[in-house]
Design a protein around this ligand. Sequence first.
Ligand code: ATP
Ligand code: MG
Length: 242
Amino acid sequence: MQHRIVVASGKGGVGKSTVSACLAQEMARRGHSVLLIDCDIGLRSLDLILGVDEHVLFTWADVVLGRCELHQAIMVRGDFHLLCAPLQPERALTDDMLQKLVKSCTQYDVVIIDAPAGIGFGFRMACLAANRALILTTPDPICVRSVAAAVRQVSRCGLKDIRLLVNRFDRRLAMRGKVLMIDDIIDSTETQLIGVIPQESRLFSQTADGLPLQEGIVLQAVRRTAARLDGENVPLIITPSE
Ligand SMILES: Nc1ncnc2c1ncn2[C@@H]1O[C@H](COP(=O)(O)OP(=O)(O)OP(=O)(O)O)[C@@H](O)[C@H]1O
Ligand SMILES: [Mg+2]
């Protein structure tokens, strides 16, 4: 079965694109053939995160609207392939077009779809194309509250395999009561946890440089999440932030 994983959230800026890029790298490292799709129409960022922003000629919108072949829009990034989102909204796009494209990409056994912020058209398009969902949240109460809305919308798109992924967790801040503890997040979202990714200060400079993501506590945490997505029983380790 093709694993089509949408990385979504209620609130924006929680790390969906960063985690999607790391997950693509880690799933490829596990031997999967991986396609990473940026679904953030008008606000794409994976081309920047992965350092190919100056080389994007075609996007998946060009493919679904018949302006180019799939291979012309695919960008090879390390061990996985990337499809960028269009820079402008396109009136001709319908919400099932990405789903049709993804289903036709049978050469990939893992497709990771980076959803846009909010729960509008792009969010629906990303969810319809997927058969599994990772809902990302940071440990702050506002973001955690938005998980319920995201889970509802993802379910409306027919997805049943929905897991919670906590990003930017800082254990020391949680111990001091500055952010929510993991147990409290699980209780209030009533969603099964698949991983906890720590806050890593080094990430900022990495993405600004457009470099591929390098070894660090974020990538290690995403590696454990990738193993769990593959059905492995990996104990939950909450790495202290730097
Ligand atoms: N675990 C982490 N530790 C430190 N910084 C992080 C972590 N995860 C993400 N970030 C930073 O958070 C910022 C937002 O990340 P990103 O763009 O991936 O979020 P997003 O959810 O995709 O945003 P949007 O909703 O706008 O698409 C970036 O500067 C990124 O480097
Ligand atoms: Mg993003």
